[in-house]
Design a protein around this ligand. Sequence first.
Ligand code: NAD
Length: 365
Amino acid sequence: MTNPSLLILAGDGIGPEVMAEVKKVIAWMDTAKGVTFDVSEDLVGGAAYDKHGVPLSDATMAAAQEVDAVLLGAVGGPAYDDLDFSVKPERGLLRLRKEMDLFANLRPAQCFDALADFSSLKKDIVAGLDIMIVRELTSGVYFGEPRGIHTEDNMRVGINTQRYTEAEIERGARAAFELAMKRDKRLCSMEKANVMESGILWRDVVTEVHADYPEVELSHMYADNGAMQLVRAPKQFDVIYTDNLFGDILSDCAAMLTGSLGMLPSASLGVPMANGRPKAMYEPVHGSAPDITGQGKANPIACILSFAMALRYSFDMGEAATQVEAAVEKVLADGARTADLMGPDGGTPISTTDMGDAIIAALNA
Ligand code: NAD
């Protein structure tokens, strides 16, 4: 049997720093679990632009299509802010998502007990929170045509088009129902069927797909109410399925329930490959954090939890994923904190490397 393969694109800023800690977990999989990954590494974002003049080379794109999963750190930074739009670091990320057709973006919002005080909401509202937002990632208003700015009657007009086919809604819905089946079997679909035709179609298609998942309890909610419910009583949700635009906003809103950007993983999944594994890219939600780059202050947990998602969703190694998540929970419960997790009471933060080492120590305990 061939080894599972990973392409690491650490990117810019703190990307390589947090990815260095993920590599320790990959090594732990080898020594403790006997699972050896074939790991290759390449450039993305500003680092790729510096070398190739583009934020993602064709060769790297081709390599990403071949592997079982891509692990991405972060892209961007002040040195690249003035580049032409077509070669900005973020274009590298968008190219990966588009050409790999990663249509389901999984954004968990989980509140570790030790960090419940970090949320802007009251502790009892967020303690034990564990929800999963599935955002449709490759269609909707960010891609629909016509789009642009033109002039009508001496007045500028900006246009974007919300457009969804039933096939696009359906494949994301199936991903969301499948996830719900592995969790608490509850799915809430969010749209604006009260004011948008695409929302009416969304609701219809999700209801049709539900017929194949009778064990899952399906509910529908207008996305604006969803935003209110997420801050009022977020624990009412298990899996949420929503479109690209609403998902962008609702997943960031849910993310903040949990405290720090440095804690948030994500997965983007596409259609299954010949070996049955979905096309997949895993990345922390945070950016390249130029303000703390090179200072050993970055929290590697978001990137490590992204790798745990890869274990679960690409490699069917749910048990190992749970072990990694439990190790993170343990070091936090024991009081280990990077600078972003320091509360008002102060304390001494540990470095990026120390946090990675503590997680490995907990895995080995
Ligand atoms: P950011 O996420 O990089 O940083 C926001 C704040 O959170 C900063 O104060 C940063 O220090 C802190 N932070 C982020 N990750 C952290 C971590 N792991 N540990 C500790 N603190 C952390 O967002 P930004 O400052 O708006 O953007 C900086 C650059 O990153 C920009 O070039 C932006 O375009 C890019 N960006 C990239 C991605 C991505 O690669 N997916 C996402 C967002 C932003």
